[in-house]
Design a protein. Structure first.
Length: 262
């Protein structure tokens, strides 16, 4: 038995395909973050449990709140811009009944699109991985952006191998405006999240980051295979990582100064 959770804010135009792809789940919950579009109508179309919730800066906040409200222990975490392939849904239904009791999550292949372009390279391209199903009794949700999901001690992941068509389609970004707005929102919480996970940065690291990250994304991770899109996204990634490390450096120094005061 699976409960699916989808958090949406004005993404009704994407939500239809998402919900249609997860109808194999036994419960579907749509958490609507103050949408003004047709999100509610789409949720009702697929007989999903609809919850209206005040808008929050990052989705991890909702995941920590919703985990005790699902009907079933296995929770499928997805976004409105994601579509589970038929091959993957069939494989998950085959896997779950016989999954060992020490398995706390199921990790699946994941492919990103920019607009309608399937990314071959860059930081986001090729076959990525993502935690798709978690057992709420064997897993910890936190509010940390990008780092908010952890297995409890004694449990391990089940890795679904890439077979070509068994993956989650991630219709990640439609345009530059969406890309910039979403990552600026992430940056507001990135420093605290990285600091809490033990990461630190120095001026020397910050200065090296733009060139190193662009080179990694465009050449090592094959961003050149995506042409101008790959070049642009590699530049964007270099900017984001530099900004994140700078914010981490400032945040760390602020914590250090506060500790010295006391």
């Amino acid at each position: 038995m699976i409960s699916a959770v989808v958090v949406s804010h004005n993404e009704g135009h994407l939500l239809d395909a998402c919900l249609k792809s997860i109808l194999f789940c036994d419960e579907i919950i749509v958490v609507d973050l103050e949408s003004t579009d047709n999100t509610k109508e789409i949720a009702e179309k697929y007989e999903a449990k609809y919850i209206y919730h005040q808008k929050v800066p990052v989705v991890e906040i909702i995941h920590t709140w919703i985990q005790d409200k699902t009907k079933y222990d296995w929770i499928l975490i997805t976004d409105p811009d994601e579509v589970c392939s038929n091959d993957l849904s069939k494989e998950l239904l085959e896997i779950l009944p016989s999954v060992p009791l020490d398995i706390g999550l199921i990790d699946v292949p994941w492919k990103f699109y920019f607009g309608n372009h399937l990314l071959k390279g860059t930081q986001w391209g090729g076959v990525q991985r993502r935690v798709f199903l978690v057992n709420k009794n064997r897993f910890i949700f936190t509010k940390e952006v990008h780092r908010g999901r952890h297995l409890k001690k004694g449990y391990k992941p089940y890795i679904v191998k890439n077979k070509g068509n068994n993956f989650v389609h991630h219709f990640w970004m439609q345009n530059l405006r969406q890309l910039t707005a979403k990552h600026k929102r992430y940056l507001n919480r990135e420093a605290e999240s990285r600091y809490n996970s033990g990461e630190r940065s120095t001026i020397k690291q910050i200065l090296k980051t733009p060139l190193n990250e662009f080179y990694s994304s465009f050449w090592i991770k094959n961003g050149f295979k995506d042409g101008f899109t790959g070049f642009f996204l590699s530049l964007f990634w270099a900017w984001y990582e530099t900004k994140a490390k700078l914010k981490l450096y400032i945040y760390s120094n602020k914590i250090k100064q506060n500790n010295l005061m006391f």
